[in-house]
Design a protein around this ligand. Sequence first.
Ligand code: SF4
Length: 255
Amino acid sequence: MAKITRNPAPRKAAVPKKKAKAAAAKRKPAKKAVPAKPSLKAPRPWTPAEIREAFSRFQQANPEPRGELEHVNPFTLLVAVVLSAQATDAGVNKATRALFEIADTPQKMLDLGEERLREYIKTIGLYRTKAKNVIALSAKLLSDFGGEVPRTRAEIESLPGAGRKTANVVLNMAFGEHTMAVDTHVFRVGNRTGLAPGKTPLEVELGLEKVIPSEFMLHAHHWLILHGRYTCLARKPRCEVCLINDLCRWPEKTV
Ligand code: SF4
């Protein structure tokens, strides 16, 4: 006997084929987006042994590296660094050779005066602002620090025209502190080699300070600057003569 269903479910209205297809397509889970390019793997970080090896080679090649900014005492070093912002060391030296003969102390700089100072440094970019800063920092050294260049980062950074990089250079070169001044060369080398990648000079500075063994820190700043200036050039790095080409992590190195 046939089973009687009292309330049969109402039959679904027939959906036209085209509409059904469109609805099904809508319900399909979206395909996973495939990245256009496979993401590049971050280079393998340097091992402590590799870092030691790199700096041993720098040390062997140049045991006593020197900065190229000419100066005769901490004050003239400070002035030279302030003048070197966005200028080459060679350009600064050309101007300061004559200047430091007559103004190698804050008092002598004040006696010279802003107008005459401008004449000495007018070949350096931004010389008007820099002259103002050098006069103001000389006055502050006399009024707040007994005419001496102070020995702490905060005090140096409080001087007109002096920032973190200036403080790092002065602390390292004048007072033998293990600081790492990051200029354009050190920034490039830190990133390219993979020694201390960073988006800002401060990130690179802190990264380098973290990985470089203390015994190399006194000269590390100069080794890296000189490496960037003469070997790991911005446009065409000279990888074929590079001391650390086997250790460098730059994917585009030419060796
Ligand atoms: S191998 Fe080339 S890119 Fe790497 S540090 Fe040396 S010069 Fe620079």
